[in-house]
Structures are given as structure tokens and as C-alpha cells.
Write a protein that binds this ligand. Structure first.
Ligand code: IMP
Length: 423
């Protein structure tokens, strides 16, 4: 399929970066279409480990065009730093294109994000990455955002930045929050403006031309479907459409262009930040899974909450995204469990339900109903085909895929490129 979309099926951190790197072997273009540097896509190549935040995961393969689409919110200073770091490691960054329509995250958006989190009442805390994502998307919807095309007119850009910074500072001052240091921020922005200018393009044209030419294009989703602003566990979500439909609005391609949708999910569940998580393991059990799975956020380093596989939520996500091929990651993390639990229903106020509740907020009060499967108690890390997996691992994979109502396409049994196989 020339045009594919890859989406996280759970609450992010499903291992999308690695899978994209594996899939990009025959790819001409990788397109990010939503989110910002709240994402942290980890790619391990040989002994090197890279964490990408804004740069698409195709950057490690030669000649791939890497597009940062209009649907993103981009911190220009962070993007410059990320690109410089990659270039410093000998990676060719000349193929990075930044959409002229992408919105820019300014210092005041980050302060607004952090101060809201700090000041929120206990029940309202979202646990954001504090990268300014929410306030920048708010400004976009409010039609006061600054777009990347402004970078091409530095004088106008400086004027808008200063006006907005002064206005935000008045608000910060009144709320007792630390203000933006306008001069030092502008100095950093000025450098980023010069650095990014050659990369700013009309990426809608770039991507559509590639579609017309039948090029192989991969759309790289960030976060996960359960963090989608419309379909996720609102209000504990991010501020963009993380589901497959976002690939169209966030890049400018028509829906009919999409051929295949990959849904990436872990063989268990994790979540960073606040919000309901029915199958969460607490105390020692949660700690054990976190340790085995090395579950610490790639962007913030925060410990991830861990729990059993939730088939209700994954089925819902697969439906919303129209998943053609499931990619199941981190199977190896379950190697030492004698028994595995899968959530197949919820009990909500005494009633058994098999779908997402009408109010996703009720996920915080549902009781998960589990079925139990025997573990395999053997290493899967060296398996390179489905048949090389222990029988109980094969049965577990087939069960979670069937409950999710999607077919397995890829399995990953470790962080390296070679620890992956197609089915
Ligand atoms: P924000 O995107 O920084 O506004 O954070 C909103 C919610 O999404 C918080 O619960 C974050 O922990 C979560 N989140 C944002 N980006 C990621 C990600 O890349 N992986 C996992 N969770 C994320």
C-alpha cells in the first residue's frame, strides 16, 4: 500500500518510533501530522539510542523526505536543537520539511501550560508534558496563533511575538506566575528563525505530489487513540486528533489516499499522566511490570503507570482507526509471568458492559472483568517468526487480536530493529 498511517492504539508509548523505523525500509516519505514535542519516539540502531520529539522517525534512512505537517504545534527552538543534535551525530537533516501552516509554540504557551498544571485543583490535573501543547492548540482555535510561515517574515514575527508576550506577561504577573524574559526568548527565537527558514515549505503540495506519483508514504501518529481530543478519555487527553482521521486534516491529503492503517499496541497497557486506567496494577505488581518493561517516559522521564491488557479499549480504538494491521509490541515483557490477565468486560454500577462507557469518566469507577491465560515462562527475545514463539505466547497474541477485532501484522519482542517480525 503506497500510503499507510501508523497510530498508537492505547495511551501512547506503544513503541511507534521503532515500528516506523522498521517499516521505513522501502518508504519515500514519513509525515508527522499532529502533536508536538510532547511525543518521544525512541529508535535504537545498533548501540545508539535516539529519542525523536518533532523530527519524523524516517530520518535515519537515506533519502526519506521527513515532513512536519500543518497539524503540529512546533516549538521552533526545540526543533532547531533536535535537528542540530542529529546533524552533530552525522545524520542528514536536509530532507526535513516544516509546514508553513504548522503553529508555533512560544515560551508563554509553555508557562501557561505549566502554571495551569501547578494551579489546577486536585481533580482537574491532566498531568501534561508541560510542552505548551494545549495552550498552542487553544490559540490556533482562537485564531491568535503564530504559524511557521511568519518565520519567513522575521520583522512581522518579532512584532507579533513581542505583543503577545507582553499581553501574556500582564496575565502571568496578575496571577503571580513567572513572566517570559522577552529579550532572551527573542534571542533564541531569532536563531531558530534563521536555522529553520530553508526547511519551511508548502508541505500540502509536497505530500499530495508524492501521493500522485505513487510514492510510499507513512504517516506517523504521535501519542495514542485513547488520548485523542474527541475519542479519548476526555478531559485526560492531549489537544489533537491522534486517530487516523488526523492524518488527513494534519497533512492535507484526502481520506481516499489512505491505503493501510497500522495500529500499534503493547501486549499490556501503560499510561503517563492522570486519568482513568481500569486495568492499572498498583503497588508491587505495578512496580514489577514497570521495571521489566523499563516504563519511564521518553519525553519527561516520568514513571509510566502499568496494567493488564484492556480488550474493551483496544477494540474501541481499532474501530475508530479502522486498523488493517495490528502491531503488538513488548511481548517479551510478559515472558516471566506465569499467568496473564485480559480485561474482557467492565462492571459499571452492577451492570456488565462490553463497550466504552457513554461517559469515559466512568472508566475511573468501572471494575474490570478478567479472563486469565497461562503465561509461557520462556524468552521470546530471540524469536524471529510467529512459529518460533512459545505456544502460549502465540495463543495470547491471537486472543488479544481477536478480542480487538483486528488482524496481527507485526510482532515486536525487544527494542532493536531486528527483534521484529511480520506475520
Ligand atoms: P499534553 O499533550 O502535554 O497536553 O498532555 C496531555 C496528556 O497526554 C498527558 O496525560 C500526557 O502524559 C499525555 N501525553 C502527551 N504526549 C504523550 C506521549 O507522547 N506519550 C504518552 N502520553 C503522552
Amino acid at each position: 500500500m503506497p500510503v499507510s498511517v501508523l497510530i498508537g492504539i492505547q495511551w501512547g508509548d506503544e513503541g511507534k518510533g521503532k515500528i516506523i523505523d522498521v517499516l521505513t525500509e522501502n518508504i519515500d516519505m514519513v509525515v508527522r501530522f499532529q502533536g508536538g514535542n510532547n511525543a518521544g519516539h525512541t529508535v535504537e540502531i545498533g548501540s545508539e539510542k535516539y529519542v525523536l520529539h518533532l523530527v519524523p522517525s524516517g530520518i535515519f534512512r537515506k533519502d526519506i523526505i521527513c515532513v512536519i505537517g500543518n497539524g503540529l504545534v512546533v516549538d521552533p527552538v526545540s526543533l532547531m536543537e533536535e535537528m542540530k543534535e542529529l546533524a552533530g551525530k552525522g545524520i542528514d537533516i536536509s530532507n526535513i520539511q516544516l509546514s508553513s501552516k504548522a503553529h508555533l509554540v512560544m515560551a508563554y504557551h509553555k508557562i501557561a501550560d505549566a502554571s495551569r498544571e501547578a494551579g489546577a485543583g486536585a481533580g482537574k490535573l491532566i498531568g501534561t508534558t508541560k510542552r505548551g501543547i494545549g495552550p498552542t492548540y487553544s490559540a490556533k482555535a482562537d485564531r491568535t496563533g503564530i504559524r511557521a510561515c511568519e518565520i519567513l517574515k522575521p520583522q512581522k514575527f518579532e512584532k507579533i511575538f513581542r505583543e503577545q508576550a507582553i499581553s501574556w506577561n500582564a496575565h502571568f504577573k496578575a496571577s503571580g506566575v513567572e513572566c517570559v524574559d522577552i529579550e532572551s526568548e527573542w534571542k533564541k527565537l531569532f536563531e531558530a528563525v534563521a536555522y529553520l527558514t530553508p526547511h519551511i515549505k508548502d508541505t500540502v503540495l509536497t505530500v499530495n505530489e508524492a501521493v500522485r506519483q505513487g510514492k510510499n508514504i507513512l504517516f506517523e501518529g504521535a501519542q495514542g487513540a485513547l488520548l485523542d481530543i474527541d475519542h479519548g478519555t476526555y478531559p485526560f487527553v492531549t489537544s489533537s486528533n491522534t486517530t487516523a482521521g488526523g492524518a488527513c486534516t494534519g497533512s492535507g491529503i484526502p481520506p481516499k489516499a489512505i491505503g493501510c492503517t497500522y495500529g500499534v499496541m503493547k501486549a499490556y497497557t501503560t499510561r503517563v499522566g492522570e486519568g482513568p486506567f481500569p486495568t492499572e496494577l498498583h503497588g508491587e505488581e505495578g512496580e514489577t511490570m514497570r521495571k521489566i518493561g523499563r516504563e519511564f517516559g521518553a519525553t519527561t522521564g516520568r514513571p509510566r503507570r502499568c496494567g493488564w491488557f484492556d480488550a474493551i479499549l483496544c477494540r474501541y480504538s481499532c474501530m475508530v482507526n479502522g486498523v488493517d494491521k495490528l502491531t503488538i509490541t513488548k511481548l517479551d515483557v510478559l515472558d516471566t509471568y506465569p499467568e496473564l490477565k485480559i480485561c474482557t468486560a467492565y462492571e459499571l454500577n452492577g451492570t456488565l458492559i462490553k463497550n466504552m462507557p457513554l461517559d469515559p469518566g466512568d472508566l475511573s469507577i468501572v471494575k474490570p472483568v478478567y479472563e486469565t491465560m497461562p503465561g509461557w515462562m520462556a524468552s521470546t527475545a530471540e524469536a524471529r517468526s510467529f512459529n518460533e514463539l512459545p505456544e502460549n505466547a502465540r495463543k495470547y497474541l491471537l486472543r488479544i487480536a481477536s478480542l480487538s477485532e483486528a488482524e496481527i501484522g507485526i510482532v515486536s519482542v525487544g527494542p532493536r530493529r531486528d527483534q521484529t517480525f511480520k506475520i
